[in-house]
Write a protein that binds this ligand. Sequence first.
Ligand code: SF4
Length: 390
Amino acid sequence: MVDAGLKRELEAKVYAGERLSREDGVALYECDDLVWLGRLAHHVRTEKNGDRVMFNVNRHLNLTNVCSASCAYCSFQRKPGEKDAYTMRVEEAVRLAQQMEGEQLTELHIVNGLHPTLPWKYYPRVLRELKAVLPNVNLKAFTATEIHWFEKISGLPADQILDELIDAGLESLTGGGAEIFDWEIRQHIVDHATHWEDWSRIHRLAHSKGLKTPSTMLYGHIEEPRHRVDHVLRLRELQDETGGFQVFIPLRYQHDFVDSADGKIRNRIQAQTTMASPAESLKTFAVSRLLFDNVPHVKCFWVMHGLSVAQLSLNFGVDDLDGSVVEYKITHDADSYGTPNTMHREDLLTLIQDAGFQPVERNTRYEIVREYDAPTPLAERRSVPQQIWA
Ligand code: SF4
């Protein structure tokens, strides 16, 4: 219960730019006054990023869905020999990349299963060949979990692995594999061997080599708010040390509706939990923005939240939307949410401007590609039919 006195204290800290504590974070999650939380987060978001909303135009590529692990929340992974298990040959990945030429992409986002037999050399080779086909596209590839896996299959240290991948064209790691770091929860949902110690070691190393990386959190499953607070504080401390995180992305855990390909439900925790409601998601964006005071951006990955929540999130601390995602399969595998899998530049511009913000296209390094007009005042937009999103 957050009484008026505590609210005043927290408000004073936020407006003075004072760092919030673990207890403050837990108290913010206990607060049901969503409008008040949004106002505080919006203050911080506006101080850092004005009325801009960044986005990038990207495509996702999953080279293989074959994975040695079986994380409890994951509906993407397949075991070798399963009917719809696939692994792309380098030539297939290149052919897909060739089809993307001319789409004005700035980023290719590549994450994969932990394939049991693919040799390590496949990965730098595929990056090098993708870069040759798409020289102006930033390659954001591999989770810390995958880098840790490459250490295991190659016998090389992450230091050498990253050097080789950077030489092949890697420009950023992806932020996945973080989920919830607290072991109390992690042991029940994560099946691979990469936990906080290795995840943070690999991001620290990437930062020391000049790579900027994203950070993520999977929430809304069996964790409690205190685990979310703990997760963000670990990242905040690492950010104090390296300054290498560009963005924090709270990812909403998704139930696995019946798989259209084989009728199976792979998610093993959905009997124990519901998904976060839109209000809980907005609260998580707001509290994350308030606690993670040293990360420049907070992103909403709209595929997991739906476009209405994505639009509202811009008033709850979010200043970055993931762009034209053509295909995303890790948790959003042909389900029945009604959230589209693709969205194009024009749709994003309308979504952002309609919420009263200025769209700014960025690349993977958060350099500005193009600034768009600030929104037309609402009074002048009233005669234009409103677009309705799911
Ligand atoms: S989340 Fe990643 S590591 Fe875990 S089972 Fe799915 S694909 Fe494999």
